[in-house]
Write a protein that binds this ligand. Structure first.
Ligand SMILES: [Mn+2]
Length: 393
């Protein structure tokens, strides 16, 4: 097994999904250049099919970055994958990262697909991507909470179709180091063609263990790629922190025995130049808590009862104030402040006014305070949310 550990930075994709962390194309390009200087192996530049702004950002990064591999996320469908390939055309080294949910909850509530449908779609998507690139990463979304038998079936099929990296996300930050490490080891032992792919870890910090889980995935599980972000920026409590995980592997080389391309001394100074100050730290306290309840992908909008809105007054430990003070959204990379707006049935009107009426709700997270503000954000998944469902707000 290789003793090189691949550092895959997703600050510009998963990091950007952190509320308040949306970045302009120029900011993203500047951050990508800095990541390249740090010698990050793979830069996930965005999600090309999610908006024109994201497409342009991925394209700009692909056109300018020469050393690092530039990657775009794509749902497991031909349109997303084509769009990713198109944005990556100018790259020196490019990767398409396609994903589909495999946990029972996500398949049933979010995708409304059966196991067999997900299996077929994963397989066909990788087959399609294989015609466009030979560097393909596949992620079974919510992989850690998926049925291992089903997961093995899917992973064997996508490797056979040409996936070169298999990433096992702990999408909701539920894993424990020892269990996560053994989960990956078990998959690698059971999937017959496991050695044809590099295995990767993608952990979230909801229980404060993203770095520990990632390292266990490497040490116990035999993964050779870690997905991480600068400062652990990311949805909810954040992702695995690049600087922590890199320094752990470098400092304890006696234990991990792995080579890593990142230049350690540059990391100390990396926080300020890499991320604009207002987004350089994960959210804390009531804001982080709010993010967690609102954005957690394990609570699809269809689950009305569980889609609780955190409000300042519900928990006195936090300063009672409206969760969302402004409506803002992102359309093609631009941010807009709309000020306070009434929620309820008027969410749709607010959105149509903001988007100029030309962007479907399906692509947007809609968060609303029951008594006031509405908040829009790019949605990382297709929620296939009919507009009438918005009446729950
Ligand atoms: Mn993630």
């Amino acid at each position: 097994m290789s003793d090189k550990l691949i550092i895959f930075d997703t600050t510009l994709r998963d990091g950007e999904q952190s509320p308040g962390a949306s970045m302009t194309k120029d900011e993203k390009l500047r951050i990508a250049r800095q990541l390249e200087r740090l010698r990050v192996d793979v830069i996930e530049a965005g999600f090309a099919a999610s908006s024109n702004g994201d497409f342009e950002a991925v394209k700009a990064i692909a056109d300018h970055i020469r050393e690092s591999t530039v990657c775009s996320l794509a749902r497991a469908n031909d349109r997303d994958i084509s769009r990713a390939a198109e944005a990556l055309k100018g790259a020196a080294h490019s990767r398409i990262h396609t994903f589909i949910a495999t946990s029972a909850l996500h398949m049933e509530k979010k995708l409304r697909m059966t196991q067999d449908q997900v299996f077929e779609q994963a397989k066909l998507s990788v087959r399609f991507a294989r015609n466009l690139t030979d560097d393909i990463e596949f992620s079974p979304e919510d992989g850690y909470r998926s049925d291992p038998d089903f997961l093995c079936r899917v992973l064997e099929a996508v490797i056979a179709e040409g996936a070169t990296t298999i990433n096992i996300p702990d999408t909701v930050g539920y894993a424990i180091p020892e269990l996560y490490g053994n989960f990956i080891l078990d998959l690698r032992q059971r999937v017959p063609n496991a050695d044809k792919a590099i295995w990767s870890v993608h952990c979230h910090n909801d229980l404060g263990m993203a770095v520990a889980n990632s390292l266990a995935g490497v040490k116990i599980g035999g993964a050779r790629q870690i997905e991480c972000t600068i400062n652990g920026l990311g949805e909810r409590a954040g992702n695995c922190s690049l600087e922590e995980v890199v320094m752990a592997v470098k400092t304890r080389r006696d234990y991990f025995g792995l080579d890593i391309g990142i230049v350690g001394r540059d990391l100390e100074a990396s926080d300020r130049p890499i991320l604009p100050p207002e987004i350089s730290r994960g959210r804390k306290g009531h804001e982080a808590r709010a993010d967690q309840e609102k954005l957690a992908p394990q609570t699809p909008l269809g689950l009305r009862g569980r889609w609780g809105f955190w409000r300042g007054e519900r928990d006195r430990r936090f300063r009672p104030k409206p969760l969302v003070r402004h409506c803002w959204g992102e359309v093609d990379g631009t941010r807009a402040e709309l000020g306070r707006e009434p929620a309820g049935r008027r969410v749709g009107q607010v959105w149509r006014r903001f988007s100029g009426g030309n962007r479907p709700f399906q692509d947007i997270w809609v968060l609303a305070h029951r008594t006031g503000s509405v908040w829009f954000r790019k949605c990382p998944f297709s929620l296939a949310l009919p507009i009438r469902k918005l009446d729950i707000f």
